[in-house]
Design a protein around this ligand. Sequence first.
Ligand code: ZN
Length: 133
Amino acid sequence: MSKLGCICGNTIVDQSNNLDNKAYFVRDQDYEKSENYAEDIESFINAVKNDSRDKWTEKYFGSEVYKNLSNSIVIQDIISRYKLKYESTIYQCKNCGSIKVQKGTTNIFASFKIEDNQNMDILKGITENDIEN
Ligand SMILES: [Zn+2]
């Protein structure tokens, strides 16, 4: 998604990282599946131990590029495959505060009107000050 029209006439632009009006979410019914990467990581570790690392990554990812990449990148990409499969996006319009929720894996977004102007930055990142110890 790079641009999304809002009912207020504003266009929500998504062409960079670190946006303060965008978030990702996983539906509760998909959450366990999205976290189900431990067995794949264990399988990768066993392949490394058994000197079959390159064969494993080629079969798993269908690509030879992982031969030259670090183990940490391989593990990160195993996790990403699970996350991306179930992850959806939410945006908030900075003009009117409406919330846009991605429908399933489509490019269609459902729009929800905000009830007050108190939460115009609801998707802004959490800072250290926000986290209670
Ligand atoms: Zn709007």
